[in-house]
Design a protein around this ligand. Structure first.
Ligand code: RBF
Length: 158
């Protein structure tokens, strides 16, 4: 979680394993594209910074965050991947829909982590407004995409 004291893009470079032999799947939601596009840029840039080859980073889009669960599950079936990252942005609206989507995606991704053979990294921004999402997708609190890339490399190594 990003806080005033923790920037999502801050980490110890030397603590991250070499990713040059790793293969990653990324599933990105199309809702709030300004945010999810920035999350994707951060994740890809950080994977490459640690040696991942462009041809070993496979990106697929899904309509909304709720579809991240199915997208990740399909990617887990691909034997070649070492980790899957899901990226989405859910912004609170006037109805309880926000809570249902967030809970559904969180539960779905948690279930995949307990049932699949590779890690699925949870890159879902759940914010009260657009500004909070901007702050966490390359703004003043860093980029959740960077954090997810680092987690994916570490968990792939695990
Ligand atoms: N998907 C997102 O990724 N982010 C959102 O903020 C978001 N808000 C939604 C609000 C409403 C009222 C509805 C009906 C859907 C929303 N979705 C959002 C889409 C959702 O994740 C999913 O794609 C659709 O519900 C179809 O399964």
């Amino acid at each position: 979680m990003a806080t005033a004291l923790h920037n999502l893009s801050d980490y110890d470079f030397d603590q991250v394993p070499d990713a040059s032999n790793m293969c990653f799947g990324i599933v990105v939601a199309e809702w709030n594209p300004e945010i999810t596009g920035a999350l994707l840029d951060g994740a890809v840039k950080t994977l490459k910074k640690h040696g991942a080859l462009p041809e070993n980073i496979h990106v697929k889009t899904v309509p909304g965050s709720f579809e991240l669960i199915y997208g990740a599950q399909q990617m887990c079936k691909n034997d070649g991947f070492d980790a899957v990252i899901v990226l989405g942005s859910v912004i609170r609206g006037e109805t309880p829909h926000f809570d249902y989507i967030c809970e559904g995606v969180t539960f779905g991704i948690a279930k995949l982590n307990a049932s699949q053979n590779i890690p699925v990294v949870y890159g879902l921004l759940t914010t009260n407004d657009l500004q909070q999402a901007k702050d966490r997708s390359g703004g003043k609190l860093g980029n959740k995409g960077d954090e997810c890339a680092v987690v994916a490399i570490k968990m792939a190594k695990f």
